[in-house]
Design a protein around this ligand. Structure first.
Ligand code: SPV
Ligand code: MG
Length: 431
């Protein structure tokens, strides 16, 4: 009896997959490699069904002899383990991201004269349409809220980008780059106080009130399905915080980050150039405890942000606060710095890992911007936030257009730097 191997994610199953399984099983004992949650979340999108559920479905399909996990997008490890005589795949992977994976399959099979059999891709399936349905299903509060915690457990680092309105949220939702045989996209959305305020022409001093912040969150939610982390500033008065946190939990936000400052809050990137007051450990712990008590689900996270390095209070103070905030029930810690070099952040990470390696750690590398994501991941960082880059890039672009029109006293010269009319008209679908 010959052995046949196919690999699928099996998150969205359609008749094309059944067709493939049916054909493959006619050639021998069929082993199906089901991609693990980590692989699906990294290379495709957040899985709707988890690995156990997907495996259960595949096991019960006629023609399947065995189901095994495939831990990478690449087949090599499993092929060497099971040495199949045949591998089956649709013929749609000859070009694009998967072509290298296909080549690796051919090379590996040649070691024992195995054969790759490609069957015509089932044309009449609109994967885009199915993906849209899945995306819409993923945007409701119940399925969006828990995604952040799951992503933290599945991915080496959760890549988060700011959005300050519907349009910027669409960019975060849809931006994709194919790199090193994988698809890079953003995992989560940061609703920044700086960019939400700036977009409204207001300073970042907790002047834009919660009602307005909620409107921004709603705009973002309308066009996206990714988990949302809210910049909650200081969290305000404890008496207000416990109400606000319930509202945003109910909306389907996944986490709030509150910073340990009190009084008139100014943006951290001013550092000690402006007057800012750090909260006492006791009071901030009370806020965390009250917030945790007010929550309904165990999906929502309260992340405590430590401003000790920003306010030049020293590493020991930062570490003491991290310990105290975790004891008070914080679900994660954000450490902030405005130094150009990442040294103090890395020192904090090392010390933090000694006492709380399992508590998620967040960094915002606006000033220490030379650090790659995988370096942060190796230091134990779980979430990286690009906190202001979409608005910072939009502003100079708008200013350039405005000044060019003023210089030329007409608008022909800016056409090349503007989105074509046809594209702006169709950018937002009308249904
Ligand atoms: C924000 O994005 O509003 C933040 C991060 O709080 S920072 O601007 O670096 O303080
Ligand atoms: Mg902020």
């Amino acid at each position: 009896m010959k052995t046949v191997y196919i690999a699928i994610s099996a998150d969205i199953l359609h008749h094309g997959h059944i067709n493939l399984i049916k054909k493959a099983s006619e050639y021998g004992n069929l082993i199906v490699g089901v991609l693990t949650d980590e692989v699906v979340a990294t290379y495709k999108r957040f899985p709707v069904l988890d690995y156990e559920q997907r495996t259960f479905i595949i096991k019960n399909i006629e023609g399947v002899s065995d189901v095994v996990p495939q831990y990478t997008l690449d087949y090599t490890e499993n092929l060497k383990k099971y040495r199949p005589d045949y591998v089956f795949h649709g013929d749609d992977w000859k070009k694009g991201v998967q072509s290298q994976i296909r080549q690796n399959v051919i090379n590996t099979l040649s070691e024992w004269n195995g054969e790759l059999i490609e069957i015509p891709y089932t044309e009449d399936i609109s994967i885009d349409q199915i993906n849209n349905l899945v995306k819409n299903a993923g945007s409701v509060p119940e399925s969006r809220r828990g995604k952040l915690k799951k992503l933290i457990s599945l991915k080496p680092i959760v890549r988060t980008m700011e959005a300050h309105n519907g349009l910027s949220a669409l960019v975060v939702e849809n931006a994709k780059v194919v790199k090193d045989e994988k698809i890079n996209s953003f995992d989560a959305i940061w609703v920044s106080s700086l960019t939400d305020s700036t977009a409204k022409g207001k300073p970042d001093i907790e002047l834009v009130d919660m009602t307005s912040r909620i409107n921004t969150i709603n705009e973002i939610m309308e066009v996206s399905s990714k988990p949302i982390i809210l910049d909650g500033d200081t969290g305000g008065l404890i008496e207000h915080f416990v109400f606000n946190i319930k509202t945003i939990e109910r909306m389907g936000v996944s986490a709030i980050i509150i910073e340990d400052k009190i009084g008139l809050k100014k943006n951290s990137l001013f550092g000690t150039d402006v007057e800012q007051t750090q909260d006492s450990i006791e009071n901030f712990c009370e806020k965390i405890k009250a917030g945790k008590k007010a929550l309904i689900t165990d999906e929502f996270m309260i992340i405590a942000r430590i401003e000790s390095l920003i306010l030049k209070q020293g590493m020991d103070d930062a570490i003491n606060r991290a310990k105290a905030y975790i004891n008070a029930g914080a679900d994660g810690i954000m450490i902030h710095s405005r130094e150009k070099e990442p040294d103090e952040i890395f020192e904090f990470c090392e010390k933090f890992n000694e006492f709380a390696p399992k508590v998620p750690l967040v960094v915002v590398p606006t000033s220490f911007n030379q650090v790659y994501e995988d370096e942060f991941a190796k230091k134990g960082v779980n979430i990286v936030i690009y906190a202001n880059h979409l608005i910072r890039s939009a502003y100079p672009s708008m200013m350039e257009t405005a000044t060019k029109i003023l210089e030329n006293e007409r608008c022909k010269e800016v056409d090349d730097i503007c989105l074509p009319i046809k594209e702006i008209l169709t950018l937002i679908p009308d249904e």
